[in-house]
Write a protein that binds this ligand. Structure first.
Ligand SMILES: NC(=O)c1ccc[n+]([C@@H]2O[C@H](COP(=O)([O-])OP(=O)(O)OC[C@H]3O[C@@H](n4cnc5c(N)ncnc54)[C@H](O)[C@@H]3O)[C@@H](O)[C@H]2O)c1
Length: 270
């Protein structure tokens, strides 16, 4: 069983939505410090103020950071300089917008930046290179588990997160490094990700279908999503995948993923 007491934590996309509640939960669980990274300066500063008032000076620091730039490397370096280590990283920053003028950015945020941050954390934490191990939690989605055809790019990015994180979390990487990599598939969670200003499809016709489909999806609270993340953090093995949806307790679906790849890879090795 893993716990968060005295851990130095690093959360991207931390100013709002699921990320902000992860920051609060980590402090509630006794983390030593949480570095909260986001592009949203006003929400980030507000969160830092609120949590400093509640937990005291130095427990949380907001870092203005666009994860698609090398600002993220600077934040890692600053946190290590001040707190000597990073024990837990949650790569949570993400957008859901397949519009023709946004989808490249969507891939950069959801995939490229998450991979860069994971490798930075992995290098820092790996026991075989002088680190003391740690945990990387990468946020995929239920759309990584089925073909969400209305959002082909978003779905592809979350499938990429699932494959990347599962592969990085497997042996020999895990046993050699002492770094756990967990993949979380959240179902629809009540944040502004679905707002008209943030969400978009690749064309007008699909935009209409998307708007029509939304009310039909079961929506869970952010607290329920974050309770699931804590369970996965405490109990999850490296390369495990967790389904956290519809307000139900987090479910370890690693066996299903293995079975699915067993089917998909039939004929590949023969
Ligand atoms: N809300 C859901 O239903 C749901 C479901 C499955 C997965 N997810 C995933 O959970 C994660 C969090 O989503 P959310 O619902 O809290 O969304 P949100 O829009 O409420 O929060 C996302 C946060 O990421 C930040 N962000 C965006 N681009 C950034 C960048 N370039 N650099 C740094 N920060 C950036 C935003 O400013 C925002 O604070 C995302 O990866 C999302 O894909 C959400």
């Amino acid at each position: 069983m893993h716990d968060l007491r005295d851990k130095v934590c690093f959360v991207t996309g931390a100013a709002a939505g699921i990320g902000a509640v992860i920051v609060r939960a980590f402090l509630d669980e006794g983390a030593k410090h949480v570095a909260a990274l986001d592009i949203d300066i006003s929400k980030g500063q507000e969160l830092q103020q609120e949590l400093t008032n509640k937990y005291g000076e130095g427990k949380v620091k907001f870092h203005k950071c666009d994860v698609t730039t090398n600002e993220i490397d600077t934040v890692y370096d600053d946190v290590v300089k001040e707190y000597e280590y990073v024990d837990v990283v949650v790569n949570c920053a993400g957008i859901m917008n397949d519009r023709p003028n946004v989808f490249v950015k969507e891939i950069e945020i959801n995939v490229t930046a998450l991979i860069r941050s994971s490798f930075k954390a992995f290098d820092l934490m790996r026991k075989d290179h002088g680190g003391r191990g740690g945990t990387i939690i990468n946020i995929s989605s239920i759309v990584g588990l089925f073909r969400a055809h209305l959002l082909p790019v978003y779905t592809a990015t979350k499938s990429a997160v699932l494959q990347f994180s599962n592969c990085l979390g497997m042996d020999p990487h895990a046993s050699r490094s002492g770094v756990r990599v967990l993949t979380l598939c959240f179902g629809c969670t009540d944040t502004s990700l679905f707002s008209q200003s943030k969400m978009g499809a690749f064309d007008k016709e699909t935009d209409e279908l998307l708007a029509g489909s939304l009310g039909k999806l079961p929506m869970q609270t952010i607290d329920s999503a974050v309770a699931g993340l804590l369970k996965a953090y405490k109990e999850g093995d490296s390369a495990s995948t967790w389904l956290i949806t519809s307000g139900r307790p987090a479910e370890d679906i690693t066996g299903n993923i293995s079975k699915a790849y067993g089917i998909m890879s039939q004929g590949v090795f023969s």
